[in-house]
Design a protein around this ligand. Sequence first.
Ligand SMILES: [Zn+2]
Ligand SMILES: [Zn+2]
Length: 127
Amino acid sequence: MASKQTDSKRDNQNRIVEEARQSRIQQEKSYRERALKLFPWVCGRCAREFSGKKLRELTVHHKDHNHDNNPPDGSNWELLCIYCHDNEHSRDEVSDWYAEDTPDTDTSSQGLDMPFAGLEKLLKNKK
Ligand SMILES: [Zn+2]
Ligand SMILES: [Zn+2]
């Protein structure tokens, strides 16, 4: 009986984790779509234009590096190509954008790792 309870508890926990992960993926997908509607499909750094298949190389950069800060007017977003986006982040060794390119197939832990990327930066900045 006791083991049954533990099992259902764990199932419940798994479901909560999975739901959180899914909603995060959904959120990321939707802000990218919104950003693509708001802005011209041009990299904000190198000014290359993107369309069709190439469009997947255009990513959403959060100006304040906070993925949860998604104002509807897009004021925290900037469209950057993956190369310029990489450059942008290599300056402070933080990459917030990898999660934005999550493939549709299930890649398990990837989504769960991301919240700590921001945390790490916060800790670094405190010094
Ligand atoms: Zn670029
Ligand atoms: Zn970024």
